[in-house]
Design a binder for this molecule. Structure first.
Ligand SMILES: Nc1ncnc2c1ncn2[C@@H]1O[C@H](COP(=O)(O)OP(=O)(O)OP(=O)(O)O)[C@@H](O)[C@H]1O
Ligand SMILES: C[C@@H](N)C(=O)O
Ligand SMILES: [Mg+2]
Ligand SMILES: [Mg+2]
Length: 362
């Protein structure tokens, strides 16, 4: 029996385009002999478009967008209408949903909450890990409590900044100094992130980051190597080999370097001492368990010149584009892309079945 797999992609998020690239790569890797695949495209305005069943891998993101919109069997929905629609013929009874969504309104627990209420198995992290992992302030607070080493950070709301910007900048200068990194609290793919070396740059960076969120985080800037590791599993998470990001001729690993200019090299496995790799795995698992993760994360670390590992962040639905670290890390660990997707689906079913055992009355 083939499994009916619903793919959610796009999303009302500044990482919309990255999600489309991720979805494209996943349709290419899926085994159509094992899965019946149903695309659900979420426009950047938040409209849900359920397309007809895929008969083969999508060839382009345009095709992925049009599949629903122009497909004869497509259904245009809002998120609220998705629930009744899953019981209708065209989208009937998904066996599992793969939310290939990055950023707000998809990677942040919102979609996961809807899927919980629909009692549908879904790939990846649950409501709590998704929302806590999306918010860099909450995430760092949880990691701090678990004793995980990190850079120093402060955070601000838009209201606070509008009330007294000078006070906000003074706090950054007093607690962190320069260089520092200004980031929207809830986003990814480096969207809205700036490196600052002066108050003038800070002023611009706050304005930029506040376009994407009502809350921002400012971090002490470190000069360090960037080492990442993939984690897979539910109660017994396992780590992949580590990989290093080597930005070439760029100040930091920004959106352009990640997706547009090809100015980043990935070194897999990362050339780090065995003992450092062991330490990194231990920290990654500690973070995974502190956030109560399930399915997967990609854990991003800094490694300073004096050998200190600092946790930067986890991504609860990391990119799966052809240049993305997560699938490449697993490939180098011996798990090919199609196998990785099957593992994720199996973990989703395992977690779902576990939840079915919970009593709701006594
Ligand atoms: N505190 C810091 N010190 C030095 N460099 C930093 C710091 N924070 C971020 N960077 C640089 O900015 C990049 C993006 O930061 P971060 O990973 O936090 O953002 P993101 O938007 O969540 O990215 P993604 O989800 O795509 O990994 C890092 O990979 C690194 O190059
Ligand atoms: C998609 C992007 N946030 C990543 O972590 O790869
Ligand atoms: Mg991130
Ligand atoms: Mg990162």
């Amino acid at each position: 029996m083939k499994m009916r797999l619903g793919l959610l992609y796009g999303g009302k998020s500044a990482e919309h385009k990255v999600s489309l690239q991720t979805a494209l790569a996943v349709t290419k890797a899926l085994d159509f002999n094992k899965f019946d695949i149903f695309p659900v495209y979420i426009t950047v305005e938040g409209q849900w478009i359920a397309g007809k069943q895929l008969t083969g891998p999508a060839q382009s993101v345009e095709e992925l967008k049009l599949l629903g919109g122009n497909g004869e069997d497509s259904m245009s929905l809002t998120a609220g209408m998705f629930a009744p629609a899953v019981s209708e013929e065209s989208t009937k009874s998904f066996d599992v949903i793969f939310p290939l969504l990055h950023g707000p309104n998809g990677e942040d627990g919102t979609v996961q909450g809807m899927l919980e209420l629909l009692n549908l198995p879904y790939v990846g992290n649950g409501v709590l890990a998704s929302s806590a992992g999306m918010d860099k302030v909450i995430m760092k607070n949880i990691f701090a409590q678990a004793g995980v080493p990190q850079v120093d950070y402060v955070w601000f709301t838009r209201k606070e900044w509008q009330k007294d910007a000078e006070q906000a900048y003074a706090k950054v200068e007093e607690k962190l100094g320069y260089p520092c990194f200004v980031k929207p609290a809830n986003l990814g793919s480096s969207v809205g992130i700036s490196k600052c070396t002066s108050k003038e740059e800070l002023d611009k960076a706050f304005a930029e980051a506040f376009q994407f969120d009502r809350k921002i985080i400012v971090e002490e800037g470190v000069t360090a190597r960037e080492i990442e590791v993939g984690v897979l599993g539910n109660d017994d998470p396992q780590c992949s080999v580590a990989g290093e990001i080597v930005p070439m001729d760029v100040d930091f690993y920004d959106y352009k370097a990640k997706y547009e200019d090809g100015t980043t090299g990935l070194v897999i496995p990362a050339e780090i001492p065995e003992a450092k790799y062991e330490e990194l795995k231990e920290l990654a698992i500690k973070c995974y368990q502190a956030l109560d993760c399930s399915g997967l994360v990609r854990a991003d670390f800094f490694l300073t010149a004096d050998g200190k590992l600092l946790m930067n962040e986890v991504n609860t639905m990391p990119g799966f584009t052809p240049f993305s670290m997560f699938p490449l890390l697993w490939q180098h660990t011996g798990v090919e892309y199609p196998q990785l997707i099957e593992k994720l689906v199996n973990l989703a079913i395992e977690r779902h079945e576990e939840k079915q055992q919970i009593k709701h009355s006594f």
